[in-house]
Design a protein around this ligand. Structure first.
Ligand code: NAI
Ligand code: MG
Length: 362
């Protein structure tokens, strides 16, 4: 059989984004090369885009003007990380990553938290408890709607004011909450935890709570809870075994997923998918971490978050067995103690990458 070919736009962007995307591509190419023959044989056709902060230095823009047009027909986007000290972070993030997420309506951001063998977690419970949960992040509105302004009334020096508004729509809340319930039904533990701060934020977050109750009634087989974000951050640490799917607004889920990946051992391990579930636009797969200027260019970057994101991409393509092979290779690699410095080892990015590739074959 001829393998299915997927066209992927690679956007390494900045700092360690370049290192981990290069690593992820090597591992994916090795998996594709080894997939021939089976029913889920696949091939990858890559195109790389040089957008990011260096592109900004040359052009004054984070991506080409017609960049979205260039991307729209790809099967997926494989993203590194954006941001470098030469460009203000809000300019680089909005100019590239958020521009893609919002225009391609990638409204569901899925961030699994896996505890890997051989990686020491700061959680004592991780030693003897099966910990495995998914943060589902609303990715199109909420606190990152970009609504507001500065110095609205020209109050003069020292008197500047700024407004940063959140946007919550019933449609936006409902689709992400429904997504979380559907995901919960695919998991061993059928539970959805909804996170808000509706005691203090009485408009948007109360709307969210109301929609959550309404949708929950349609899923009587799924256990539910509503937890305030401050309490949930404590629960992540104290009762992580009680979590399965955690659904939250853009900002709250952003923070909780970094906490989750730190509990699992390192930000460098965490994978994520920015999904357009209707598949009208390409979805984007990227590690949770940023461009890490403090370690960039030194071969210290942990590629596992990027490789785990590649596994999420394969699942999105309908290749669950190939995704499982990739995740198995990650577990074998960490279990063997081939670890980068952030998780207590001394292996380089290249050494971990090579071990991952070797671990693909049983
Ligand atoms: P960061 O995630 O880049 O780094 C935080 C800490 O974690 C650093 O000490 C870093 O060395 C470490 N770290 C992160 N990923 C690692 C990996 N794969 N292996 C080993 N260690 C790793 O977050 P930070 O420092 O707040 O932001 C740096 C830049 O990245 C900023 O410009 C920020 O705007 C941008 N950023 C971009 C994101 C994206 O493109 N999705 C997400 C978060 C931040
Ligand atoms: Mg974040």
């Amino acid at each position: 059989t001829t393998p299915r070919t997927f066209r992927i736009a690679a956007i390494p962007a900045d700092g360690i984004g370049k290192e981990v995307v290069a690593a992820g591509r090597q591992v994916l190419d090795a998996l594709a090369a080894d997939s021939t023959g089976g029913t889920d044989a696949f091939a990858l056709d890559w195109q790389e885009f040089d957008w990011g902060c260096e592109y900004y230095a040359r052009t004054g823009k984070m991506m080409a003007d017609d960049g979205l047009d260039q991307l729209k027909d790809f099967d997926a986007i494989y993203f590194g990380a954006v941001g470098w000290p030469t460009v203000p972070d809000d300019v680089s993030l909005w100019g590239l990553r958020l521009r893609i997420c919002q225009n391609f309506d990638q409204w569901a951001n899925v961030r699994p938290v896996h505890f890997l063998p051989g990686v020491i977690s700061p959680l004592r419970k991780a030693d003897d408890t099966e910990l495995d949960w998914v943060v589902v992040r609303e990715n199109s509105e909420g606190e990152y709607a970009g609504l507001g302004g500065r110095n609205l009334s020209g109050r003069g020096p020292g008197g500047e004011v700024a407004v940063q508004s959140s946007l919550f729509t019933e449609v936006g809340c409902e689709r992400i909450i429904r997504f979380a319930f559907d995901l919960a039904r695919t998991r061993t533990r059928r539970k959805v935890s909804s996170v808000t701060k509706s005691n203090a934020q009485q408009y948007g977050m109360v709307l969210w709570d109301d929609v959550f109750k309404r949708v929950a009634a349609e899923y009587p087989d799924v256990e539910t809870e509503s937890v305030l974000v401050d309490a949930m951050s404590a629960k992540f640490v104290l009762r992580p075994e009680d979590l399965s799917v955690v659904v939250a607004s853009n900002l709250n889920a952003d923070i909780l997923s970094d906490l989750g990946s730190a509990l699992a051992g390192s930000l460098g391990l965490a994978a994520s998918a920015n999904l357009n579930p209707e598949r009208r636009f390409p979805s984007m797969f990227e590690p949770v971490h940023g461009s890490a200027p403090d370690i960039a260019g030194q071969g210290l970057a942990n590629p596992i978050g990027a490789v785990g994101s590649a596994a999420l991409m394969l699942e999105h393509f309908g290749l669950p067995d190939q995704a499982a092979r990739l995740n198995k290779a990650i577990e074998k690699t960490t279990a063997a103690g081939v670890l980068t410095r952030d998780v207590g080892g001394s292996a380089t990015t290249d050494e971990v990458t090579k071990t991952l590739i070797d671990a693909l074959t049983p």
